[in-house]
Unconditional design. Structure first.
Length: 110
């Protein structure tokens, strides 16, 4: 999963959280945070989303695929083309279950 363990640990330290504090803020166990940082365990897609949202970074940065992060603004509204590009760029790595969840989520949007 790229350099996730180092990016995750650096984000935690930069934000001033202990492993216990971050675990509580994210609704995870301290041992899960520790295992993520040591590379002994990898988070599922939902947890990755939760972590990216918490630190206000994009998934590519979190996964170590990019050295620059795009700050996600809360009032940001992506265009159809941007959403399409994001899915095309990242969707190839989705499991069948993740693809089905994405289809279900997109079908629920008005």
């Amino acid at each position: 999963m790229g350099d996730f363990k180092n990016v995750f640990k650096n984000l935690r330290i930069k934000a001033g959280y202990t492993q216990d504090g971050l675990a509580e803020a994210l609704g995870l166990s301290r041992s899960a945070v520790s295992m993520y940082e040591n590379g002994n365990r990898e988070p599922d897609f939902e947890t990755l989303e939760k972590i990216a949202d918490f630190f206000n970074v994009d998934m590519n940065y979190l996964l170590g695929s990019s050295t620059k992060t795009t700050v996600i603004q809360s009032n940001f509204e992506p265009s159809y083309e941007e959403v399409e590009q994001l899915i095309a760029r990242n969707g190839k790595d989705f499991s069948t279950e993740q693809k089905m969840r994405l289809i279900k989520l997109l079908s629920e949007i008005d």
